[in-house]
Design a protein around this ligand. Structure first.
Ligand code: SF4
Ligand code: SF4
Length: 706
């Protein structure tokens, strides 16, 4: 019995409904029109996988409701699921407004009344609980990561009011009509009983019904047209954003194609972003989880990944009046780099914590690197240490300024110890990719030697490239010099092909990530499985499991406590979590986990080529992580990455508790090398368990210039 089925109610209903709907369609339309003005990126591959992802990540709230965000997750789930279920009720309400016979209630009969009404009634109440929880959080328990603004309150108020008007409208309908199965709308029924109890009926009740009915209609329509202009626009964009999410590991960057014909490189203005990045800026819920996990932000730097995404949206609204007529517009449009800030763009260590935490799959790292690419390739505008590193890469083919070592020093040293390292000639099964750090830094050379000894002991067929090896290209790519990356990567790919490389072992998660996922972007052969890339932790774990390496439980390590630090490019970006832990466990050392571990591990501060850069301010990231390691009571920080090794060596020197304790930083290969029972002459070179390799104390950011 909707009041809109008779004149003048039907006229008011038609004008209001179609007017608001038209404005809603217009508002959404201009946004999508602007998104599509972004650069093309193909996100239409694997549609079934994309669609299936909507089940856990949109319907299931899988990321929103992670355990550590249980309160926000619960309230969001209540409101979100309530919204989904109540769509049926809203549609029924709108159809009923046109004609009683057009409503679900009339079409479905008891299925709707007995089957759906109680469920919807329950969700109606649960949404109110969710809204009250959200209000409580904002008033009394607001996490620092959340921004409190009027927009949030307006949205919460409208949602809550929609539920209240719905319940009261229903209660009036029940009181007036006393339909069959009136109990099915149990909340509204309770109020109807109350109205009866206090003798509220007749014409007064009819007016009461009309007032609540129109109030519900107008609240719903106001909410609808307000949405595109609010930060809650994610309600509209979240499903497309998650459908079009990147299906690649989070550490992968996309190549710049056609250097010859491209008019500009990287992103220095809004239109240079791709359409997905524009869409992301409207999907950000401003929950702040990315910033709360960002090591740069936590240690007091200017970077806030949330602000980077919000800045894009602000700039879009500043430049396009129709998107937000009330936004303040300066006389001269704000340049993108100025809006985001030079320092934040360079503060990022590409650890991916932001992307892992983001409930709506926003891709912060590629967005930040796109702006770095612009600064480096278009403006040559970068911190001094980044410039020096790039220059070193271009001139010397490696990033380590001041090193006295060559790529064959360690091979010659091993030969002097009586261990011959074979050169790769295509007859071996594996190429051992040593990496710049593994060959050119004293401390990491020890890891390389330990790995080589273990491979020889296990009878693994391998060879090395010696002076023919170059840089993988990862440092250049993360520093924004895509041109240099592609040159280095192409050179390596050609070399691998010429040498007949099938399988490649690397001790560096950064080389692992770039060779495994990014080389195939440049090489169709690699895309079809031309060569396999294996991180040494995976291989060592397999060799121990197969009995080809036999760690002894009687070695001195069983007296020690070790804590394993997950490298970002192994754990978060590549999902390698358990194998390194199994290698560590096999050495006999007692293990103790850090609080932030596995995919939630805190970065060591080296990623994004920051191992060669000075931090812009605040605390040093590696010191914070070293303090976390100290808290475990461990004697040893176990690492699986040459950059982590550098950062922790530095951290142990700088954190007094770590220095007093004489904490050791050891790679998994070194720990295994110390505990394995050698059957071949290589054993002579393995240091005894109570004399682990001494740290060289080299600084993480190299000084001087070669
Ligand atoms: S990748 Fe890491 S450092 Fe960069 S914005 Fe994300 S969380 Fe911060
Ligand atoms: S980018 Fe993601 S995690 Fe960060 S504030 Fe926006 S929605 Fe939250």
């Amino acid at each position: 019995m909707a009041p809109s089925t008779e004149f003048p109610g039907n006229l008011f209903y038609a004008i209001t409904f179609f007017g608001f709907m038209a404005f809603f369609v217009y508002s959404v339309g201009i946004r999508f029109h602007w998104f599509l003005r972004g650069q093309w990126v193909n996100r239409f591959t694997e549609p079934i996988r994309r669609a299936l992802g909507l089940i856990p990540f949109v319907l299931g709230n899988a990321r929103v409701a992670r355990r550590k965000y249980w309160y926000s997750g619960t309230l969001h789930s209540l409101i979100f699921w309530g919204f989904i279920v109540l769509q049926v009720r809203t549609l029924n309400f709108l159809l009923n407004g046109i004609h009683e016979d057009a409503s679900f209630e009339s079409l479905l009969g008891d299925v709707y009344t007995i089957g759906l009404r109680p469920v919807m009634e329950a969700f109606n109440a649960l949404v109110i609980v969710g809204v009250l929880m959200a209000a409580w959080q904002r008033f009394f328990w607001r996490p620092q990561r959340m921004t409190l603004n009027i927009d949030g309150w307006v949205c919460l108020g409208l949602i809550g009011w929609m539920m209240v008007t719905d319940i009261f409208t229903n209660s009036a309908e029940i009181a007036l009509e006393r339909p069959n199965h009136e109990w099915a709308s149990f909340v509204a029924f309770g109020f109807a009983e109350l109205w009866d109890g206090i003798g509220f009926s007749g014409q007064g009740m009819e007016l009461f019904h009309v007032a609540w009915w129109y109030s519900h209609l107008v609240t719903f329509l106001v909410f609808l047209v307000y949405l595109p202009y609010s930060k809650h626009s994610h309600i509209i964009t979240v499903a497309p954003s998650i459908f079009f999410r990147s299906l690649q590991p989070s550490g992968v960057l996309q190549p710049i194609k056609d250097f010859e014909t491209a008019e500009s490189f990287g992103v220095g203005k809004l239109e240079a972003f791709n359409w997905k990045q524009m869409l992301d800026s409207y999907t950000c819920t401003e929950c702040g989880r990315c910033t709360a996990a960002c090591p740069a932000n936590i240690t007091g730097k200017l970077l806030s990944p949330k602000e980077v995404i919000v800045d894009i949206r602000h700039l879009l609204e500043e430049q396009v009046r129709r998107l937000s007529p009330t936004t303040h517009r300066p006389e001269q449009p704000t340049p993108l780099i100025e809006e985001v800030g030079f320092e934040p763009i360079w503060d990022c260590v590409t650890c991916g914590a932001c992307m892992y935490e983001c409930p709506v799959f926003i891709e912060h790292v590629p967005t930040i690197i796109d702006m770095r690419r612009y600064l480096v390739m278009e403006e040559s505008n970068m911190p001094e240490t980044a410039q020096a590193t790039l220059m070193q890469l271009e001139q010397r083919g490696h990033p380590w300024r001041g090193t006295q070592l060559t790529r064959t020093t360690w091979i010659e040293e091993m030969a002097a110890e009586g261990i011959e390292i074979p050169m790769f000639d295509g007859s071996q099964e594996h190429l051992l990719w040593v990496g710049c750090t593994g060959a050119l830094q004293e401390r990491n050379v020890k890891v390389t030697k330990a790995t080589a000894r273990l491979l020889l002991e296990a009878g693994v067929s391998f060879g090395v490239l010696g002076n023919e090896e170059g840089c993988s290209g990862d440092p250049a790519r993360r520093l924004g010099n895509e041109y240099l990356f592609q040159m280095q990567a192409q050179g390596n790919i050609e070399l691998f092909k010429a040498k007949g490389v099938q399988k490649l072992i690397t001790m560096c998660p950064h080389c692992f990530n770039t060779m495994k996922h990014e080389y195939p972007q440049l090489d169709t052969d690699a895309r079809s499985g031309h060569f396999e890339v294996i991180h040494h932790s995976l291989l060592l774990e397999r060799l121990v499991a197969e009995g080809k390496l036999r760690p002894l439980s009687t070695n001195g390590l069983s007296e020690k406590i070790a804590t394993y630090h997950d490298p970002c490019y192994l754990a978060r970006h590549n999902d390698i979590l358990d194998e390194p832990r199994r290698v560590l466990a096999s050495t006999g050392a007692k293990t103790q986990e850090m609080t932030r571990r596995r995919k939630e591990a805190f970065c060591c501060g080296a990623g994004g080529s920051h191992v060669w850069m000075e931090e812009s301010g605040g605390q040093r990231i590696n010191n914070v992580r070293t303090e976390e390691a100290v808290e475990t009571g461990a004697d040893i920080i176990a690492v699986a990455c040459p950059f982590c090794m550098q950062m922790f060596e530095d951290g142990v020197g700088a954190v007094p508790q770590a220095a007093e304790k004489e904490m050791q930083v050891l790679d998994l290969a070194e720990l295994l090398d110390m505990s394995v029972s050698y059957s071949k002459p290589a054993a002579a070179a393995a240091p005894p368990a109570d004399e682990p390799p001494a740290a060289e104390g080299e600084g993480a950011a190299a000084e001087g210039g070669e």
